[in-house]
Design a protein around this ligand. Sequence first.
Ligand code: SAM
Ligand code: SF4
Length: 328
Amino acid sequence: MIDPFGRAITYLRVSVTDRCDLRCVYCMAEDMTFLPKRDLLTLEELDRLCAAFIRLGTTKIRITGGEPLVRRDVMQLFGSLGERLGGGLEELTVTTNGTQLAKHAETLAKVGVRRINVSLDTLDPALFGQITRWGKIEQVLDGVFAAKAAGLAIKINAVAMKGVNEDQFDGMLAWCGEHGFDLCLIETMPMGDITGDRTAQYLPLSMVRSRLRKTWTLEDTDYKTGGPARYFDVQETGQRVGFITPMTHNFCESCNRVRLTCTGTLYMCLGQDDAADFRSVLRDGSSDAELEEAIQAAIARKPKGHDFIIDRRQERPSIARHMSVTGG
Ligand code: SAM
Ligand code: SF4
């Protein structure tokens, strides 16, 4: 699948639920209304759609959410997608908040998942409770170490927030180094109504990086994971630190991915509203060939890039949907 700007689309992110057991302040409002279950694609429909993407050249699938591991029986989907590894699919992975990982880490490893991303914005238990509104950090740490014990490579993702966790990153880099994890820092993106002031949260990562350089030797590397992060080797720890900077650096030129929501809507860009509906295609008796045609038609509409802006006058997000819809 080649889009109109010559980019090969090889990476599909699949949100399997909009629900979550946490309410991170930058992601959700406390009183979120979730979708009725009947609106969701079944696990079989998700598998059929993923299979069509794989036939068309998708080599990497990331399962996300909401919190993917809270969806009932989601391990069935990991199992069926795991069987597609080697047959076109090269990598199956997951982004999780880690709360349910202790339960699922071994199964994930067994079905063929090799690397996972765990979102963790601080190592401070009280601050973790504030950022997630009610999360217990011990649950996440148990999950992280269960995943490590199961042999999964771990990347910790942290959203950088001004005045909230900006003093945490030296400690987190040291902790990641100690345990063999990579760390990836992410700028906050203006998505969804979150009942808070986003402009106050925004922290440019260029600033974080120069602060980290006071303590750590960051060496350029061309390491790539297929995502938009720019990585550096941390000489002192032997691990890597990555930076995802959608707001300060245009990461669209090398975009290789599209995002499927749990209701079967395909967003061709995280930062644009255009979308294609696949639930109706899956449910109207279309053949696999027709499904593939619909996917090709959607890819042909992939836009050149996002135009995130924080609307400072109105303090409205530039994209109305929450990150939990498309899974980041
Ligand atoms: N629940 C899972 C988790 O937290 O890892 C998967 C879904 S979550 C929406 C995916 C990623 O998006 C997380 O790393 C989260 O921190 C990030 N995220 C959520 N809202 C964001 C925002 N407004 N700006 C930047 N990153 C955001
Ligand atoms: Fe849930 Fe992940 Fe959003 Fe936090 S970032 S509220 S864990 S979906």
